[in-house]
Design a protein around this ligand. Structure first.
Ligand code: ZN
Length: 158
């Protein structure tokens, strides 16, 4: 599992979101629809944005609420698991208070980008319930149960 990049304040926000919307109460795979009125998904053709799969527009202040939601734009060409994964990642950018959600076109580049890495770590916490993580399953089992890529399991911040 990966080292500490996630800020303590981010970890608190992620935990609160999971608790407030009972995201992990039904186990895995995690359904993120309960937060759709706070992080509103917009699926559209993002081809004009040179292959960016998703991006987020957050409210002026840090905290997104149902009154002042964040907007999560997702490319219509993503399949269901990719859409869910990118949605969780963009929620991560908003939760972390990142200035913007950067394009992640090149694997080698984003992997080392601190904001990108933190947003993926938020995605891993959202999509992988702790109860599944500590059940003694292998990484590939966890990935299958949670319907996420294995690399996301490996990024889970301990
Ligand atoms: Zn990103």
């Amino acid at each position: 599992m990966s080292g500490a990049v996630m800020k303590p304040a981010t970890a608190v926000r992620v935990r609160r979101l999971i608790e407030e919307f009972a995201l992990h109460d039904l186990g895995a795979p995690v359904d993120l629809r309960p937060v759709h009125n706070v992080y509103v998904p917009h699926v559209s053709d993002l081809e004009a944005l040179a292959g960016i799969p998703a991006f987020a527009i957050r409210p002026p202040d840090l905290v997104a609420t149902s009154d002042r939601p964040a907007l999560i734009y997702l490319d219509a060409r993503l399949d269901v698991p990719e859409t869910r994964l990118n949605y969780a990642h963009e929620v991560g950018h908003v939760l972390c208070g990142h200035a913007g959600s950067l394009p992640h076109l090149d694997l080698g580049e984003w992997w080392y980008d601190r904001d990108e890495r933190e947003a993926w770590q938020v995605a891993s916490r959202l999509l992988i319930p702790w109860s599944v993580l500590v059940s003694g399953y292998t990484v590939s089992d966890i990935a299958m149960i949670c319907e996420v890529p294995e690399w996301l399991v490996e990024m889970y911040p301990r």
